[in-house]
Design a protein around this ligand. Structure first.
Ligand code: AMP
Length: 305
């Protein structure tokens, strides 16, 4: 790791600390992520190697944070090898960015054209991952990094969700946020698919418009209640099989509310796209590729992406 000069800690992700560092030879800024891989004398587990090479392949997309290289270091303390992932460095993430509009010196809404552009890039990145058979499973504003000057959004923390199953608590015992988690995951479905990411995309879309989370639950149960209160308690008619899911209980019965009221700054096309991302039945949820062709994006110059 002598190749890099560690500058500062920029974040604490689910899997470990993230440092901003400089490549001493080239001056390039990078983000160093230490993985908490359980390794033995045999070295890196093949599953992790597969994930890392998949991540490297996927990060060829402009809308996925680029994995520049992987450094394999012997830990001085216990002699166990440690893997560092070296990513391109980006100046902020969508959470910090939204917060700056909420609490900054000039609070105000994000420009509608910016929301549209970020959402399009997010859909493009997600479509790219899904076309390679990779689910993200933990999309949230903290995982979407921004190049503010160029107006580019990139997906981070990708692929890790499979090699290292998404834990309920992070390594610092911080609760992993449930706000973007799809109802089928919350209800204990084990056969979930690309729809889980599209649910998260919908929650992130709404949050960019509202500048606050759409479903801010603090437990799995509360998370479901937040969702049911807005979208109505799901029925078998709407979502066949819902009452047979492992964690289904008897819930209060709520009628669906008008979704437009939860995102007052969003026009009818935006509300329509959002409602398709937040369909209860995962099979009915819009795909990332379909979303890119939705009329909400008609006014966007797609040739720039
Ligand atoms: P993560 O483990 O990806 O959730 O990262 C935790 C935090 O570290 C993020 O919310 C970012 O603020 C920061 N971070 C992660 N990756 C990068 C990167 N490539 N460039 C800059 N900051 C990053």
């Amino acid at each position: 790791m002598e190749k890099y000069e560690k500058l500062e800690k920029v974040g604490e992700g689910t899997y470990g600390k993230v440092y901003k560092a400089k490549d001493k030879a080239t001056g390039q800024l990078v983000a160093l992520k230490k993985t908490r891989l359980e390794m033995d004398e045999e070295g890196v587990p093949p599953t992790a190697l597969r994930e890392v090479s998949l991540l490297q392949m996927l990060s060829q997309s402009l809308y996925v944070v680029r994995l520049l290289c992987v450094e394999h270091v012997d830990n001085k303390k216990d002699g166990k090898p440690v893997l560092y992932l070296v990513f391109e460095y980006l100046d902020t993430d969508l959470k910090k960015f939204i917060d700056s509009y909420r609490k900054g010196p000039n609070p105000g809404p994000l420009a509608p054209a910016m929301v549209q552009s970020f959402l399009f890039q997010l859909c493009k990145g997600v479509a790219h991952c899904h076309s390679h058979g990779v689910l993200h499973r933990d999309l949230k504003p903290q995982n979407l990094l921004l190049d503010k000057d160029r107006g580019i959004l990139k997906i981070a923390d990708l692929g890790l969700g499979r090699a290292f199953t998404v834990p309920l608590k992070s390594y610092t015992h911080e609760i992993v946020t449930l706000w973007y988690r799809a109802p089928e995951v919350l209800l204990g479905s084990t056969h979930y698919s690309t729809g889980v990411d599209m649910w998260s995309v919908g929650c992130i879309f709404a949050e960019m418009v509202r500048r606050q989370a759409l479903f801010p639950g603090d437990s799995e149960f509360q998370q479901l209640l937040h969702i049911f209160r807005l979208l109505g308690t799901p029925t078998e008619k709407q979502w066949a099989g819902v009452t047979t899911l492992r964690d289904w209980h008897v819930y209060p019965v709520w009628e669906p509310q008008n979704l437009a009221r939860a995102v007052p700054a969003l026009g009818p096309d935006g509300v329509d796209l959002l409602s398709r991302m937040l369909k209860y039945d995962p099979a009915e949820r819009i795909s990332a590729k379909e979303a890119m062709d939705h009329p909400y994006f008609d006014s966007l110059d797609k040739s720039q992406f």
